[in-house]
Design a protein around this ligand. Sequence first.
Ligand code: TPP
Length: 667
Amino acid sequence: MRTSNAGIGTLNYNKEGYTDKQLIELYKLILKPRLIEEKMLILLRQGKISKWFSGIGQEAISVGVANSVNFDEYILPLHRNLGVFTSRNIPLHRLFSQWQGKKGGFTKGRDRSFHFGTQEFKIVGMISHLGPQMGVANGIALADLLKNEPKVTTVFSGDGGTSEGDFHEALNVAAVWSLPVLFCIENNGYGLSTPSSQQFKCENIADRGIGYGMESHIINGNNILEVHSKVSKIAQSVRENPRPVLLEFKTFRMRGHEEASGNKYVPTELLEKWAFLDPVTNYQNFLRKENILTEEMEILLKQEIVHEVNEHLTIAFAEDATFSTIEDELADVYNHVNYIETNHSNKTTNIRLVDAISNGLKQSMRRHDNMVIMGQDIADYGGVFKITEGFLDEFGEERIINTPICESSIIEAAFGLSVNGYKSVVELQFSDFVTSGFNPVINLLAKSYYRWNQNADTVLRMPCGADVGAGPFHSQTNEAWFTKTPGLKVVYPAFPYDAKGLLATSIEDTNPVLFFEHKALYRSIYQEVPDDYYTIPLGKASLVESGFDISIITYGAGVHWALKEVKEHQISADILDLRTLQPLDTESIYNSVKKTGRVLILQEDTLFGGIASDISALITENCFKYLDAPIKRVGSIETPIPFAKNLENLYLPKSKLYAEILNVLDY
Ligand SMILES: Cc1ncc(C[n+]2csc(CCOP(=O)(O)OP(=O)(O)O)c2C)c(N)n1
């Protein structure tokens, strides 16, 4: 059955506790987005702006909520929340420029509509995927708790968005961690064309609060006074007693999903019924009936807003179209931080790769008070690889945070922490499980700096790799999923010394870094490692073996496989351990190729679409005339990773490596 929002009855305004001045102020605030929208709809028809997601009929929520919280508290709005932006007093010309893709906006023309954030106005805008907003809010709220600041973070979602896993993960995390977040769900009856009845089964979204152990409320979303008075009270109580609260606002979307899509699928009776409940005209009528708003005042208020809109539109239209250069665009993909290179004393200890990582992580925690580690089973248990063993005692449960099994939400929280001034390291239990958090890595962490100059100061630790008899879901080395995505850095050490120094640097670096740790190397590779804290720059390969006949370019376990063959068969080879894959040290690659003229690129991952292919292409493009033989790529066979030892051996390229080296040498 096609049912939609059950409705909210009538609008009864209760002005108790409000002065006339405050009531008028709220009217001005709710009128403004309505008048801006009316203007935008005209401009849209004239082809002067592109897409428009209308919030008409829902303004009482954006405006009521935004004015219930303080200006120094973060809000995370969605596509229909113009009232949030106007309530934060963003100069309108900046909004207009943003919508026209101009530099006076917030994304230098790189992202559209409300897809931006601004630290200046404490707003974190959405990515298209909707749901991640909620996990980000958790991270921001967690940072407030860590700073002991009594603040509340407010995040919006539509009813459709509550079907996303992000919603469920975020509510669960917020409840378990008692985070001061207001989850504001605007139940407007439809998600695009899908009515609520096809979106969720329970009667009210608020009913879901029980399942998460979370307080929830249903609020009449068309009644500005009800929204404002109730949310103000709840926000204050959350500041005093930090906890998440689920707020369901019953409302209706009066126009189509976006202007081009229309709303033919909405029954006319519904539109008529809700037109009677219009949040702006009803409030206006109430104020008029109470003699708080006179006709003259009304005209004056409207004139003022229309004048402001027109004035700011003129500014935005006068602004030049956005131009840029390739250099400028590339320069904004990463935050170019100048961390201090740190050297170490000569005191060393012979330790394993796993110890070096643990050691580096601990020293970084000591160095950065604003750093937390999050992961599954990392606190008392010390993590499945025991890398954080003992950390809880030294740093406490505030900074060593066990997480529920919800990779997406935790990666989103890492971004929120970064927005609110915290560094984080997230331990993925196995790198395979990053698939459950793929969206925020690719779309949130990687793109935010380019979009609105917001860095994602987090390191994702990725225990990876085969040769451990662990089968298809605990053996992958999935770096290629990330090296392809601008905005991410990818580090992949093969030795304890490198692992410790590169981890320290990755943590210093305020860009998102995926730090791959090969499980088969954890306890098999020893090295003298400095006891002190030290850093190693990213983007510098290491020539671990020097020779003349062939360049073997590799990383991770491949370095050790290559070393074994070269030593055993006394081959005169360069073995270049890339150490970081993004940024990639092309200079060292080309220097080695120019010296030997023969190249074998070895990766543990399946061959097709891996980084070996790109390195091969780069060498062809830049060093073709130095080559004495075709470039050979060596990788695993194109299957998932099998469990049984013999099958795994068949899968991995180790056993064929020597023959392939000979082929290149003999060409
Ligand atoms: C992950 C994802 N899937 C699909 C979409 C396309 N999409 C954009 S908005 C929307 C409907 C959202 O409905 P709701 O959350 O109820 O918010 P409303 O638009 O009604 O305010 C859809 C399906 C998207 N943006 N992201």
